[in-house]
Every structure is written in structure tokens, then in C-alpha cells.
Design a binder for this molecule. Structure first.
Ligand code: UDP
Ligand code: MG
Length: 321
């Protein structure tokens, strides 16, 4: 019998966790011929999320949990889940039911019957999302796909079911600055895309502020494109050509009309503009440098505080004494 591990990152999700479990219970009953492991990852929650996970683990041995020492972010939670998953198939799913569990049986069937290594999902619309957020997201996808060789699918969710070989490939990419949407594409393999209509959160609130999304998009750009680094050289060449034309123009003009001193304001404007562009380009280099700096430190992607595995070991240890 094959086993599916469902990795569920949770950050302050006490309101959504049980609702999610009830929904998943139905799906697991429906797929009775498959073994399941629900691997909840508590990403340093400050509410009762971990307590609920522990209760679920006592009640249902299919529910396992990992708990971080602090909030490391969803990307770290996904990585931790994938590295601890026991299944032959591994799914990544949000706990707020925005990734419909009803799709899972169909996804599993596709992997068994068709020649694919992974089934991924994307939203066909962004209904219910603030207009400004949708607009910024759309622009981000347009931009990153222009400058990156790795396709970042617009509207793609992290919700997907993968075969073991793909999971192992994703785990090989142990970079510190993680951008899953890019990583899943980068490793290749054959992926089938399913579309579904956007669903609103079942409970609780989104953990993504505009600022957090902005930093996440920078992660995507620096992680999967080096095009911005060549911006300085391109702008440099353009400015050299321009200045050459301007020198010619000024020589000719002075030869014909003489040299009345004027043009202070325009000079100041040009200095401002050029130094602005220089700082901007230095900033881009700085972005990449800071990512490289963090990468070379080889810090762990996440730190565990406790887990169901450890708890079981402790309990059996005590029982033996
Ligand atoms: N999440 C997490 N760590 C974080 C932020 C979010 O593990 O620092 C989890 C969260 O609990 C949820 C999923 O990632 O299961 C998606 O988060 P959310 O629903 O807030 O994002 P949105 O759906 O609004 O993009
Ligand atoms: Mg959500």
C-alpha cells in the first residue's frame, strides 16, 4: 500500500486547524486504500496551534507534527516537512482550506494512471483578494518571467502532489534563500497543472502583509535571475554613447556660436539623475551580495524545538525503564 504524506505549514492557525483536519478526515476515508500521514509544521506559533497538533497526534496516529523554535517562514516549514516526510507521495497544502483537499484524490489518480511526476495547482482568478495585491502580483509575475529563465507560473499555489523522486530533487536544493515556486520549476520533471477558482480562507487571517510579499518577490527575483546585475553595464554603455553624442554637439556648437556660460540648472539635474542611477545599480549589487553572504554562512533553514517523533521516543523510553 503506498503512503501519502501531506505537509501542512501552520503559523498561528488555531482557528483553522481543526476545520482542516475534519475536511481531511473525509478525504482520507474516501481514499481508504491509501495510507496517510498528516505532517503539521508549527512555524513558531504563539497561540494554541501546537497544543491542538499534540491533541490530534494523541487521537489519530496519522497526525504527526514538527514544531520550530521560532517563526522561520512558510518556505522553511515546507522544507522541514519535505525532509521529514515518510510517504512515497508528498503533498504540500495550506491549512486554511484555500488549497481544496477535494482535489487530492484526483491528483493521486493522475500520478498513478498518467506519466507525470507531480500534479500542481493554480488559481484561475484572484477573487476576494484586495485589488492592489492582485495588481502587484500580476505585475510581479510579468516582470520575473521576462528576466528569469525559470518559468514562474502566474497564480501557481504551493499546493501540489509529488512523487518521491521529485521530492528528493527538491531536497537537494538546500539553499537558505528559498522560493518554492521557482524551486519546483527548476528541478524539472513532468508536471500537470490543475486550475481551480480562488477560495477564501476558512478561518483566521492571512499572514502576508504587502511588505512581506514584497520581500518574498525580491527573493524570487534574486533567486532565479541574474539579469538585474547586468543593468549597470547596460546603463553604463547607453550613458557613454549619449555623452559621446553630447560632446560632439557641444564642440560643433562652440565652434559656431562661441561659449556663453549657462546651463547650471540642467547640469545639477544631470548630476542628480546619474548619481541616482549609480546608487540604484549599487543597491542591486548589494541585494545579490547580501543573499550570497547569507548563503555562505550555511545557517540551518529551520530549527526544531520538538516533534511528535521525539515525543514518541521519549514515551517509549520511559515505558522501558
Ligand atoms: N504560514 C507559515 N509561516 C508563515 C506564514 C504562513 O507556515 O510565516 C502558513 C499559514 O499557516 C498557511 C500558509 O502558510 O497554512 C499560507 O499562509 P496564508 O494563508 O496566510 O497566505 P495566503 O493564502 O494569504 O497567501
Ligand atoms: Mg491562505
Amino acid at each position: 500500500m503506498s503512503k501519502i504524506t501531506v505537509v501542512v505549514p501552520c503559523f498561528n492557525e488555531e482557528d483553522a486547524l481543526l476545520i482542516y483536519y475534519w475536511e481531511m478526515e473525509k478525504i482520507m476515508d474516501q481514499m481508504a486504500d491509501t495510507e496517510f500521514e498528516l505532517l503539521f509544521v508549527d512555524d513558531g506559533s504563539s497561540d494554541n496551534t501546537l497544543e491542538i497538533m499534540k491533541k490530534l497526534n494523541e487521537k489519530d496516529s496519522r497526525c504527526q507534527y514538527l514544531s520550530f523554535s521560532r517563526n522561520f517562514g512558510k518556505e522553511a516549514a515546507i522544507y522541514a516537512g519535505l525532509s521529514n516526510a515518510q510517504g512515497d507521495y508528498v503533498a504540500v497544502m495550506d491549512v486554511d482550506l484555500q488549497d481544496p483537499p477535494e482535489l487530492l484524490p484526483g491528483m493521486y489518480r493522475i500520478l498513478q494512471e498518467e506519466d507525470y511526476d507531480s500534479v500542481a495547482t493554480k488559481r484561475s482568478d484572484r477573487k476576494g483578494e484586495p485589488k492592489i495585491r492582485s495588481f502587484l502580483s500580476e505585475e510581479f509575475y510579468k516582470f520575473i518571467n521576462k528576466i528569469s529563465g525559470t518559468e514562474i507560473v502566474n497564480g501557481a499555489r504551493d499546493y501540489r502532489l509529488m512523487k518521491r523522486n521529485m521530492v528528493d530533487a527538491v531536497l537537494e536544493m538546500s539553499e537558505y534563500n528559498r522560493f518554492s515556486k521557482g524551486i519546483f520549476e527548476w528541478v524539472g520533471f513532468r508536471t500537470k497543472w490543475l486550475e481551480f477558482e480562488n477560495v477564501e480562507r476558512c478561518a483566521g487571517e492571512t499572514k502576508w502583509s504587502v511588505g512581506k510579499l514584497f520581500r518574498y518577490s525580491l527573493e524570487g527575483i534574486t533567486g532565479f535571475s541574474v539579469a538585474p546585475l547586468s543593468l549597470a553595464s547596460v546603463v553604463g554603455v547607453v550613458f557613454c554613447l549619449l555623452s559621446f553624442l553630447m560632446i560632439l554637439f557641444i564642440i560643433v556648437r562652440t565652434a559656431i556660436w562661441g561659449d556663453p556660460v549657462s546651463g547650471w540648472p540642467s547640469l545639477v539635474c544631470i548630476i542628480f539623475m546619474v548619481s541616482g542611477i549609480q546608487l540604484f545599480c549599487t543597491g542591486i549589487v548589494g541585494q545579490y551580495l547580501s543573499k550570497t553572504y547569507l548563503e555562505t554562512k550555511h545557517r540551518p533553514i529551520f530549527i526544531l524545538r520538538e516533534s511528535s517523533e521525539e515525543r514518541k521516543r521519549d514515551e517509549t523510553g520511559k515505558g522501558n525503564k
